[in-house]
Write a new protein. Structure first.
Length: 226
């Protein structure tokens, strides 16, 4: 069993799946997490699987505690969870805002709370959350989504200040648009001109959790495409 344990949440999606594979190839013992077992079916053998809804704070804590008991205290947490709902600010409903905050912000907070005690006991660790370009560059037509991701960026910076003394680094990677089969099916070619392959973002994440990024924390790393 590897002494370097990584947890990838949202591993049923394209970015989470590629991240789990890249970290496993880098020598981590990886546990991949998603809401449904079927979403994890494409993962290769050797990557552990957990099914749960990490947007629930109680579930997130039980999940991380269970992984730590079975594999060892996590050195790495990667949270690729995200939800998108378009809509202008004046048309945003309470349901829209709750969903965007619960998934894009809440899950990051609950997972961070759950994993930090284990990272403190092991003497350090690295956390990466996935943000988005509209979090820093406001875009019309996605008000609630932008607010949720902007709050996530601020959380990353607050966690950096609070956890850096413990040797725990917290960063985010911020894509604009991922080149996935789902996006190619619904978006016109011109919208996909600058889309980035999930595997490329996964390698940025692997860098941020690796030893070469030992002095990087509190960063929101743009990955917008050419």
């Amino acid at each position: 069993m590897s002494e370097r344990v990584a947890v990838v949440v949202g591993a049923g999606g394209d970015l989470g799946l590629d991240t789990a594979v890249v970290l496993a190839d880098a020598g981590f013992t990886v546990t991949a997490v998603d809401r449904t077992r079927k979403a994890l079916d494409e993962l290769p053998d050797g990557i552990r699987r957990e099914v749960c809804d990490a947007t629930d704070p109680a579930v997130a804590k039980h999940l991380i505690d269970r992984i730590a008991a079975g594999s060892g205290p996590p050195e790495v947490l990667v949270n690729t969870l995200g939800a998108y709902r378009p809509g202008e600010a004046l048309a945003t409903t309470p349901e829209d805002l709750r969903l965007m905050l619960d998934v894009n912000l809440g899950a990051a907070l609950w997972l961070s709370q759950a994993v930090v005690p284990h990272m403190r006991r092991r003497g350090g660790g690295a956390i990466v959350h996935v943000s988005a370009r509209p979090a820093t560059e406001p875009t019309a037509g996605m008000a609630a989504y932008s607010l949720g991701k902007a709050a996530l960026n601020h959380l990353v910076r607050v966690l950096d200040l609070e956890l850096r003394p413990d040797g725990i680094r917290v960063n985010a990677v911020a894509p604009q648009l991922l080149d996935t089969a789902r996006n190619r099916a619904v978006l016109p070619p011109e919208a996909l001109a600058h889309a980035v392959r999930p595997e490329a973002i996964a390698h940025v994440i692997a860098f941020l959790v690796g030893d070469l990024a030992a002095h990087i924390s509190g960063a929101i790393v743009p990955a917008y495409g050419a």
